[in-house]
Design a protein around this ligand. Structure first.
Ligand SMILES: *[C@@H]1O[C@H](CO)[C@@H](O)[C@H](O)[C@H]1NC(C)=O
Ligand SMILES: *[C@@H]1O[C@H](CO)[C@@H](O)[C@H](O)[C@H]1NC(C)=O
Ligand SMILES: *[C@@H]1O[C@H](CO)[C@@H](O)[C@H](O)[C@H]1NC(C)=O
Ligand SMILES: *[C@@H]1O[C@H](CO)[C@@H](O)[C@H](O)[C@H]1NC(C)=O
Ligand SMILES: *[C@@H]1O[C@H](CO)[C@@H](O)[C@H](O)[C@H]1NC(C)=O
Ligand SMILES: *[C@@H]1O[C@H](CO)[C@@H](O)[C@H](O)[C@H]1NC(C)=O
Ligand SMILES: *[C@@H]1O[C@H](CO)[C@@H](O)[C@H](O)[C@H]1NC(C)=O
Length: 552
């Protein structure tokens, strides 16, 4: 359809031309006006150009001045290695790594027992009303090992749990909660070491405290997660709930009506209900957190019920859910897309249990596992589990594909019983670097001939499956160790806590940090099986080029 104007133009072609010439005339007149103003405008535009360049110049000048006079904020220089020593002390199997002084380099938290703190923080046991010696909790800078804070907490420590609140969470939850012996529960601020609250703990004098200390969702509505403590007295397990922000006990003691052991787990089913999974004799017992909460407080809590689990528990709070072959040693949560599954490590078999119906997904029998398994990635983005079969001279390390149970890699790596645990770090290629401790004679010759001097740290990466790198030799007794990233996506280092074997004989306690990359050039290449074509130096170069990735 033509529009009206065009139609009109077709009908009156002359009229249209008329209009055009009139328009031209108007334009000419306008142009004459314009000519007069051009002078003014050109002067104005020159002014504008000058102003533009002047302001540009001033801007650049300011930028240059500022960038040269005001220096960039320094990235805190991190020492590649540091060591902190305490004389006549004993230490505990506890290490935590968190950014405490907020310099973006993670710091190290640990416990030691001594008569007094080190010199510059002269807080003694007596300041806290404790008899000497007492247990201190200390935080040292990950950058250079300087002490950030330390404070006496209890005569002795049974359990510790440190947690940083999630962004947006309550400030109160950035705390370390310590369960002391004989009976106290203390919460200290993670960032300053100040006491947040302290309470007399474990009411039963003869009760032993089961590990770990659990955080349960907030039940008293103060925004901080609350605490669940399980104790065992006369072959019966009892639960206590404490407020996470004040330490006040919520309700009374609640008996679970079963016997059980340390190493329990808070399991969340796919429907969002909370249950405690607890090793009990040769079985796995399950307890409803909702049931326990109702028992201790006599009121309804914020917990959900899961129909399948409630049916299995049959209106009791706790009962046996799965019979295991042999004693249950570890219960390890395995997070998956659909929800958590549970890896049950028994003295005779490892079983991966479905997190909802507790049916076995796979079973690995004939494994004597004495160590808590760890996880990592052997193939990109596929979760693998590291299982240590046996202990001592014929300890075997197995890397299994978690979904299929296929053995991806195995190695006989002799170790001393009770040697330090393995670790893994994600690498940029979506696999993981694995770190194993073993005896340092590995691959060199006769294992029976020379007495082992101590432990060696070996590094392994799945892209070089026939090679191990011996990074370090440690002759001291290692109480706790870990390999961690001190900065996001970089700065992989091992942390060691060494000290006396027995808590009755105080001695030298040391905390040591050593950057992994610095150890690679002087490391020893251990070839497993036939030697590959690569030279030792080429292998070391490949290990030093590894890039790490922060876990999401
Ligand atoms: C150490 O003790 C002295 C005297 O007892 C006191 O003046 C000083 O402030 C204390 N230092 C610290 C870091 O608490
Ligand atoms: C250690 O590093 C911290 C910052 O992380 C700094 O404040 C302190 O002065 C350093 N101490 C030493 C002895 O270098
Ligand atoms: C604690 O245990 C000791 C011996 O094991 C016993 O004599 C004492 O009566 C027990 N105390 C309580 C309160 O059960
Ligand atoms: C559930 O409890 C009832 C009564 O306590 C009992 O008779 C029944 O056998 C129990 N069922 C199972 C499966 O244990
Ligand atoms: C674990 O070690 C034992 C003894 O060394 C061996 O018989 C068994 O086959 C090993 N298990 C696996 C799964 O390799
Ligand atoms: C290991 O030591 C034994 C005796 O000490 C010796 O007979 C054997 O040849 C040695 N083996 C190696 C590989 O050196
Ligand atoms: C470990 O010690 C042995 C013998 O003491 C030595 O041959 C080896 O080079 C050391 N390895 C490292 C990585 O220092």
């Amino acid at each position: 359809i033509m529009d009206n104007k065009d139609l009109e133009a077709e009908i009156h072609p002359l009229k249209n031309e008329d209009r055009k010439s009139q328009e031209n005339l108007g334009n000419q007149l306008k142009n004459e006006d314009n000519l007069q103003s051009t002078h003014l405008q050109s002067r104005l535009s020159r002014c504008r150009t000058v102003a533009f360049f002047l302001s540009l110049f001033i801007c650049l000048f300011v930028v240059f001045v500022v960038s040269f006079i005001i220096p960039c904020p320094d990235r805190p220089a991190s020492q590649r290695t540091w060591r902190v020593d305490y004389n006549a002390a004993v230490t505990y199997d506890f290490l935590a790594v968190e950014d405490i002084n907020r310099d973006r380099i993670r710091d190290v938290l640990f416990l030691y027992k001594n008569t007094d703190g080190i010199n510059n923080f002269n807080r003694s046991c007596a300041d806290e009303g404790l008899s000497s010696p007492c247990a201190f909790v200390a935080a040292v800078s990950g950058a250079n090992g300087s002490t950030l804070w330390e404070r006496p907490v209890a005569p002795d420590v049974a359990l510790v749990k440190c947690a940083v609140s999630q962004p947006g969470g309550s400030k109160l939850s950035s705390a370390c909660i310590l369960v002391g012996r004989p009976d106290s529960v203390i919460a200290v601020n993670l960032f300053t070491g100040e006491t947040l609250w302290t309470r007399p703990g474990s009411p039963g004098r003869n009760a032993s405290i089961l590990s770990p200390l659990l955080q349960v969702p907030d039940v008293d509505g103060d925004g901080a997660p609350d605490l669940l403590l399980l104790t065992r007295e006369e072959e019966e397990v009892s639960g206590y709930i404490y407020s996470g922000s004040t330490g006040h006990q919520i309700g009374h003691r609640g008996s679970l009506g079963i016997d059980g052991e340390s190493g329990f787990l808070l399991h969340v089913t796919r429907t969002g209900a909370h249950y405690i999974l607890l090793p009990c004799a040769s079985s796995l017992c399950g307890c409803s957190v909702k049931g326990l909460y109702e028992k201790v407080t006599k009121r309804d809590g914020p917990f959900k019920k899961d129909p399948w689990w409630e049916n299995t528990l049959n209106a009791t709070t706790c009962r046996v859910l799965v019979h295991s072959a042999g004693a249950v040693r570890y219960l390890v949560p395995v997070s998956g897309k659909a929800g958590a599954d549970v890896l049950l490590v028994g003295s005779e078999a490892c079983v991966l249990l479905d997190g909802q119906e507790l049916t076995p997904r796979w079973t690995l029998s004939t494994a004597r596992v004495l160590r808590k398994p760890i996880f990592g990635h052997y193939e990109p983005d596929t979760l693998a589990v590291v299982i240590e079969n046996g202990t001592g001279i014929d300890r075997q390390i197995l890397l299994l594909d978690l979904s299929t149970r296929a053995i991806l890699w195995s190695l006989t790596l002799p170790s001393l019983p009770g040697g330090p645990p393995s670790s893994s770090l994600p690498t940029a290629d979506h696999r993981s670097a694995f770190f194993f401790w073993g005896l340092h004679e590995l691959g060199s010759a006769n294992q029976t001939e020379t007495r082992p001097a101590g432990h060696s740290l070996y590094m392994f990466h799945p892209t070089l499956p026939r090679v191990l790198l011996e990074l370090a030799n440690i002759s001291a007794n290692i109480v706790a160790s870990d390999v961690v990233l001190f900065e996001p996506s970089r700065h992989a280092a091992y942390v060691l806590l060494t000290g006396p074997m027995s808590s009755d004989e105080p001695g030298l306690v040391s905390v040591i940090k050593h950057k992994v990359r610095d150890l690679v050039p002087s490391s020893r290449v251990v070839r497993l099986g036939a030697a590959g074509p690569d030279s030792d130096q080429a292998i070391r170069d490949r290990f030093s080029r590894l890039r790490y990735r922060s876990e999401v």
